[in-house]
Write a protein that binds this ligand. Structure first.
Ligand SMILES: [Zn+2]
Length: 223
């Protein structure tokens, strides 16, 4: 292990521990009402997101931004209908989608899915995403990357404040909503009509206890 990779590893551990503690505090104290009664979908809550397109994208970034905007609109509709949660930008008047100014490392542009994503979180890719979050802890930042090995989108659940999407995922409306749902604590279900179905042509449905878990997330706030 070189000096750099040692520090990336330590920083990754510190990030994960902080987030897991904050998540537990929210689920069991601050959001206890939603953790128990989230199926009532009352009152309205907010999920603040940012989508960063990484530089060196293949298609025209403007076309990609339009496609991502369609995915954001789909997500707004589903989260409003299913959870009574408004999807908003981090600050009220800022755009949802922007090109990230920082130059991504190769590892951040070509990341990995599932267990690969977990190891990347403790290497240069994880450090890059953490350093370029729109804001830590509460909002979720989605990074549109060039490729994700073995997946089209990825989330490490409540452990991180970001999700990743490749170009095909940015074009498929349901993947952003699906990955954000993972970030808010939901896991895969074997029901094709559910938003948490792990394959193509998923539906947009969620059941009552998924509402409790989603609304109990630290990312889903009253402010
Ligand atoms: Zn998934």
């Amino acid at each position: 292990m070189t000096g750099n990779s040692f520090w990336n590893f330590i920083k990754g551990i510190v990030r994960a521990v902080i987030r897991i503690i904050i998540e537990i505090v929210h689920r069991l104290l601050i959001n206890l009402f939603d953790t128990l009664f989230g199926f009532l979908k009352w009152p309205e809550k907010k999920l603040r997101i940012k989508v960063f397109l990484l530089k060196t994208q293949q298609p025209d970034p403007e076309i990609l931004a339009t496609e991502v905007t369609d995915a954001i609109n789909y997500t707004k509709e589903v989260f409003r209908k299913n959870f009574n949660v408004s999807v908003l930008p981090v600050r009220n008047n800022e755009p949802f989608v922007e090109i990230l100014k920082a130059i991504p490392s190769y590892e951040a542009l070509h990341t990995k899915g599932s267990t690969g994503a977990l190891t990347e979180e403790f290497k240069t890719a994880g450090s890059f995403y953490a350093a370029n979050l729109r804001a830590p802890i509460y909002p979720v930042t989605a990074f549109v990357v060039l490729s994700i090995k073995g997946a089209t989108g990825c989330s490490l659940g409540p452990m991180t404040d970001y999700v990743t999407l490749d170009h095909s995922a940015a074009r498929d409306n349901s993947i952003l909503a699906h990955e954000l749902a993972h970030a808010c604590g939901l896991w895969h279900l074997s029901d094709q009509e559910n938003l948490l179905w792990n394959r193509k042509n998923r539906g947009d449905k969620t059941n009552w206890w998924q509402k409790n878990i989603f609304r109990g997330s630290r990312h889903v706030t009253y402010w």
